[in-house]
Design a protein around this ligand. Structure first.
Ligand code: CA
Length: 529
């Protein structure tokens, strides 16, 4: 598209703005207000709107994102090489619950067609998930899954898919270390994701540290018959298998590989029969549990896609739904915004607790939050983590934060939730699955084919150029916001309605249709042995 030189300034107090034009702009390019570029500025990168002296604060989102390392006259390209990063905010003397959400009127009348579960959660897909207690069984389970899909699934037309919940945990780990609770509860809570209908099925090797009864203590599985709990207590004999709880490959009853596959397929069929009886029913939008995250971010993330997601987040919260945002290192520099939006002192304290835990975790590894930004982020115009964080937080909209989850915990309340996770796309997605999401929204500027097998992922492009090139991978183009073709509200509503259609199964996401999905990646802050 051939358009006149265009920049976007986010806040009236900002002294830098973002170049919008595809391909960037060359030296001498003149904007409608008379600003002239002193040098070439790539698309998504910052231009100085005023003359900056050495040491002057560089302001975007009305926040200091850095200090000029040298004099930078108006029209200069502002990038990571000419900025000194601010120190991270302290975790004391923060504003607590000082901001009220602007519009909290209920949004009524929106529904979707979902699978209601006995525990009150609602699935958006009907999937048989096979949980593994240890990596050793992964290939056997995958072999079985391929056969289940080919031979059994066609007989159960109401079941969408069969997935193996493979991971790298279970043995060779310090299973009693305090932080081991994070990977263990993650594997447990993923098995209980609403899309799996409470049909927990495990495959164990037999000698691993993460024994099935440790993974699923009695009482964990909400709807399964008492027989399943009993069976888990008796793991190691074939009785457990008869009750549909776990196949143990080292069980003496198994003679050869084929016997293991037969056992897994037999057990899978008992679960498939029950899953096949699930039917969609009309559910209020309040039954949505949406996880939002970003990956492969650029300077447009905070201008287009993330504000549109934030708009949709506010709609969801007003509709009574649950929305969780995550990625600790991408909110750390904006912690004061989060504590100010906390519903009360308890929620604010939980936010601070998670930030402190993560500061300590990074420090143990000899790093800090600045390790987050990637070469691609910088190429896309994000100079440092402060700028990236300010653009990332806007996914959370403006609603009150009503709860906080530690990594791997399951959500138990409605509203806007801060689910503390690393920013790594795969780990964040895995932890949000454990938290109980039934829809995932993912924004990207650089582009990533990211998706999940367990829950549909709606991908939002920050730029029209990406949406055009990756036309069969991106579901929503928020780039139209930068060019003025659409407003944040237009794209926010489009996304909200798309979530209802995708949740209902009326629409598949692009990655879902292509059957793209990433492996689960557990967050294990505990030692391995
Ligand atoms: Ca991410």
């Amino acid at each position: 598209m051939n358009q006149p030189p265009l920049y976007i300034r986010v806040h009236p107090e900002d002294n830098v703005a973002i170049v919008v034009n595809d391909g960037g702009l060359g030296e001498g390019a003149t904007f409608s207000d008379g600003l002239v570029l002193r040098e070439r500025v790539p698309q998504g990168h910052k231009v100085a709107l005023t003359d900056l002296a050495e040491g002057d604060a560089v302001i975007r989102y009305n926040v200091v994102i850095g200090y000029a390392l040298k004099a930078l006259p108006k029209g200069s390209w502002i990038n990571e090489h000419v900025l000194r990063m601010p120190t991270p905010p302290e975790l004391h003397d923060l504003p607590i619950a000082t901001i009220k959400a602007p519009d909290t009127s209920p949004l009524e009348g929106f529904t979707f067609e979902g699978y209601r579960n006995a525990d009150g959660t609602v699935g958006t897909r009907n999937i048989l998930a096979i949980t593994t207690t240890v990596q050793c069984v992964a290939d056997v389970v995958q072999h079985a899954v391929d056969r289940i899909k080919a031979e059994l699934l066609p007989r159960y037309p109401n079941v969408d898919d069969v997935v193996s919940l493979g991971h790298t945990y279970g043995c060779g780990v310090a299973i009693d270390a305090p932080d081991a609770m994070v990977p263990i509860r993650t594997v447990r809570n993923i098995a209980l994701n609403p899309n799996f209908g409470g049909e927990v099925m495990m495959v164990s090797l037999g000698c691993e540290k993460l024994q099935p009864e440790r993974l699923m203590p009695p009482g964990t599985i909400p709807i399964a018959a008492a027989a399943v709990d009993d069976a888990i207590a008796d793991i190691g004999d074939m009785e457990a298998e008869d009750n549909g709880a776990a196949v143990v490959l080292q069980d003496e009853g198994h003679v050869g590989f084929q016997s293991m596959i037969d056992s897994i397929m037999r057990m899978a069929e008992t679960h498939l029969k029950r899953l096949n009886n699930r039917r969609r029913e009309t559910c209020p939008a309040s039954d949505l549990v949406v996880g939002v995250q970003c990956g492969g971010s650029d300077a447009f993330s905070g201008l287009t896609a993330n504000p549109a997601v934030g708009f949709a987040t506010d709609l969801l919260v007003r509709a009574g739904a649950t929305v969780m945002f995550s990625e600790v290192t991408e909110v750390r520099d904006g912690v004061a915004q989060l504590t100010a939006r906390a519903a009360n002192g308890e929620v604010a304290a939980a936010i601070i607790r998670e930030m402190q835990w993560y500061d300590d975790y990074l420090k143990r590894g000899g790093a800090d939050r600045s390790a987050n930004t990637t070469p691609g982020n910088k190429k896309g115009g994000l100079s440092n983590i402060v700028e990236k964080a300010m653009g990332s937080i806007v996914k959370s909209g403006s609603s009150t934060i009503s709860g906080v989850l530690s990594p791997g915990e399951k959500v138990k309340q409605k509203g806007l939730i801060y689910a503390a996770t690393p920013a790594s796309d795969f780990i964040c997605g895995t932890l949000q699955l454990a938290a109980g999401i039934n829809i995932h929204v993912f924004t990207t500027g650089r582009g990533t084919p990211y998706s999940l097998a367990e829950v549909p992922v709606i991908k939002v492009a920050t730029r029209s150029d990406l949406a055009r090139r990756w036309h069969d991978l991106m579901d929503v183009n928020a780039g139209t916001i930068a060019t003025g073709e659409a407003t944040i509200g237009d794209v926010g509503w489009e996304l909200f309605r798309m979530m209802l259609d995708v949740a209902s199964g009326k629409k598949q996401t692009k990655a879902e249709a292509l059957k793209l999905h990433n492996a689960l990646v557990l967050f294990n802050p505990a030692p391995v042995t």
